[in-house]
Design a binder for this molecule. Structure first.
Ligand code: ADP
Ligand code: MG
Length: 323
C-alpha cells in the first residue's frame, strides 16, 4: 500500500506546483468562496491551503488519505471529473506518501472538527480539534523521504514561478473566489472574489493592463465565448498571458491559442503575443474526455467550427472584418 502510494505519487506529485494544483482544486470542488495559499521556500518546506468550503466529515478525514477514497463519484455529474476517473481519490494519498501532512477540517459549522496528521503515509494523529468551517491543509517537507525526486527540484524562484502562474490562472478562471497567495510572507496575489473577471485580471496583471483590454462576446448554436483580450499594442514576449477556461475549468488548448493568434495575425509584431482571458461554454458532449487530466488538456469534437467561431469573435472585438 505504501509503495503503491509512492508510485502513484510519482504520477500525481511531480513538483510543488502539482501539490498546489491538487489542493486548490479540492478547495474549489468544496465550494469555497475564499482560498488562502501560503508557500515557503518555493513549496519545498511548506504548502498550506486554507479554505472555507464544505469541509471533510470527522469520520471521513482518515479515509480521504487512503487510495480511492473519493466521495465525488456519485455526487458529481461534472464531465471533467468523469474524465479524471483513473485519478480520482489519488491526490491526498499520493501527497501524504511523500511529505508530512497536517489537515484540520470542520464540516459542522460548530467550531469543532478533526485534526489528522500523516507523514510518509503513516498516521501520526487523528483527534478532535477546534476548527472553523472548511479545511486547512499543510504539506511540509515535500519529498523528504524520496531524495532522488528532491534532487530534481529547480531553484526556489522556478518553483514559486510555477505555483504563481497556476494560482493566477485559477484566480482568472474563478473570479467569484477570493484568493490570496503568499510566498515567504510576501503577498503575490489577492483577488476580491466579487465575480468580476476584469477585476481578477487587474489583480493578476495590474490595473493599467486591465484598462487596455477589449471585451469579447460571441454566440453560436454550440458555443458561447466571453472574456477580455488586449489591444494589439499591448503584447508580451510569450503565450503565457493567454488563459482559457472551458466550462468553468482552466485548460490548455492549442486550437484556441491558434484561433486567437489567427485573429490578430497581421496586427502583432513578430514574436509578440496578446494577453487574453477567455471563458468558453459548450455542451460537455462536445469535449473529448479521454485526455490526461493533470495536463489540463482537452480535445474538441468540432475543432474547425470552434476555431472559426473563436477567431471570428476575437476579430470582432478587435474591430476588424473577416475576409
Ligand atoms: P478527489 O479530489 O479526486 O476526490 P483527493 O485525494 O483529492 O481525491 O481528495 C479525496 C477526498 O477528500 C475528496 O473526494 C473530498 O471528499 C475530500 N477533500 C479533500 N480536500 C477537501 C477540501 N479542501 N474540502 C472538502 N473536502 C475535501
Ligand atoms: Mg482532488
Amino acid at each position: 500500500e505504501q509503495l503503491a502510494n509512492q508510485i502513484a505519487a510519482g504520477e500525481v506529485v511531480e513538483r510543488p506546483s502539482s501539490v498546489v494544483k491538487e489542493l486548490v482544486e479540492n478547495a474549489i470542488d468544496a465550494g469555497s468562496s475564499t482560498i488562502d495559499i501560503v508557500i515557503e521556500e518555493g513549496g519545498l518546506t511548506l504548502i498550506r491551503v486554507i479554505d472555507n468550503g464544505l469541509g471533510i466529515d470527522a469520520e471521513d478525514i482518515g479515509t480521504a488519505f487512503f487510495r480511492h477514497a473519493t466521495s465525488k463519484i456519485s455526487s458529481s455529474k461534472d464531465l471533467f471529473r468523469i474524465a479524471s476517473l483513473g485519478f480520482r481519490g489519488e491526490a491526498l494519498p499520493s501527497i501524504a506518501a511523500v511529505a508530512r501532512v497536517e489537515c484540520i477540517s470542520s464540516s459542522e459549522g460548530t467550531g469543532l472538527g478533526r485534526r489528522f496528521v500523516i507523514e510518509g503515509g503513516s498516521v501520526q494523529r487523528d483527534e478532535e480539534a477546534n476548527a472553523p468551517q472548511g479545511t486547512d491543509i499543510a504539506v511540509r517537507d515535500l519529498f523528504y523521504n524520496t531524495p532522488a525526486r528532491l534532487k530534481y527540484m529547480k531553484t526556489i524562484q522556478t518553483e514559486i514561478g510555477h505555483i504563481a502562474d497556476y494560482v493566477n490562472r485559477l484566480a482568472l478562471a474563478h473570479p467569484g473566489i477570493a484568493f490570496t497567495l503568499k510566498h515567504n510572507n510576501g503577498l503575490l496575489l489577492r483577488t476580491i472574489g466579487n465575480g468580476d473577471r476584469l477585476q481578477a485580471f487587474a489583480a493578476v496583471y495590474g490595473t493599467t493592463a486591465a484598462k487596455g483590454m477589449l471585451a469579447v462576446e460571441g454566440e453560436h448554436p454550440d458555443y458561447d465565448l466571453r472574456g477580455y483580450i488586449s489591444k494589439p499594442e499591448q503584447t508580451r514576449a510569450n503565450r503565457n498571458g493567454i488563459t482559457v477556461v472551458v466550462n468553468g475549468r482552466y485548460i490548455r488548448s492549442f486550437v484556441i491559442n491558434q484561433a486567437i493568434m489567427q485573429a490578430y495575425h497581421t496586427l502583432l509584431p513578430i514574436n509578440r503575443y496578446p494577453l487574453a482571458v477567455l471563458e468558453l461554454g459548450m455542451h460537455p458532449s462536445l469535449l473529448d474526455v479521454n485526455v490526461h487530466p493533470s495536463k489540463m488538456e482537452v480535445r474538441f469534437s468540432k475543432e474547425t467550427e470552434l476555431r472559426e467561431f473563436v477567431e471570428q469573435s476575437i476579430a470582432q472585438a478587435l474591430g476588424k472584418q473577416r475576409h
